[in-house]
Design a protein around this ligand. Sequence first.
Ligand code: ATP
Length: 213
Amino acid sequence: MIGIFGGTFDPIHFGHLRPALELFEILQLDELRLIPAGVPPHRRAPCASTGQRLLMLRKAIAGQPGFVLDERETERSGPSYMVDTLSELRAELGDRRSICLLLGMDAFLGLNSWHRWREIPRLAHLVVSHRPGWLPEHLDDHGGPLAELADSSLVADPLELGRKPAGLFFMHPVTQLDISSTRIRALIREGRNPRYLLPDEIWMYIQEQQLYR
Ligand code: ATP
């Protein structure tokens, strides 16, 4: 079973890394691929360059067995659509292998605005982790197609995800860390210290490169 964790990672922080590791263990993944968006379709262009974001990711996962950096979205031109990424991975990995798309609750609640989003559950399982400020109850308030999708495919045992290649929904309350890249960038811009919100090595690199000032 393989996990896919996409994002802008501008910069990567402990709110990405800790939940990713917890899900890696709980789902008993063979591999967790971090896939930084080249051109994120739903937001402003990242502040750090692609090369800088890739380097920060490489530093952050160095020495963590099973964590792999997948650069495909930064190598493609045009917007980085998850449906294209998953279609490529499905073609590479075959029809039988389970693929789990890991999303924070905030990302999941926006899923129905993603390009060709209805194809996504046919390509992968959805594994949604809680994120501070985004309660699972928001899903019911949201109603509509996402709540329906979650209700109709929900499984309680993560190991069930290994029995089918795609199409199931699993939710998990990972350790709640109220950290965002936006907040880290704002702290740096204000001349404050973001230490202990992200790995020291990344903070050192940000200072060296004079990023986010
Ligand atoms: P920004 O503040 O720039 O929007 P971000 O901190 O939200 O960035 P992204 O790179 O956009 O980070 O997020 C990638 C993925 O990581 C998304 O699925 C998001 O839900 C998840 N994520 C980010 N931060 C956290 C966190 N603190 N706890 C749980 N999930 C998180």
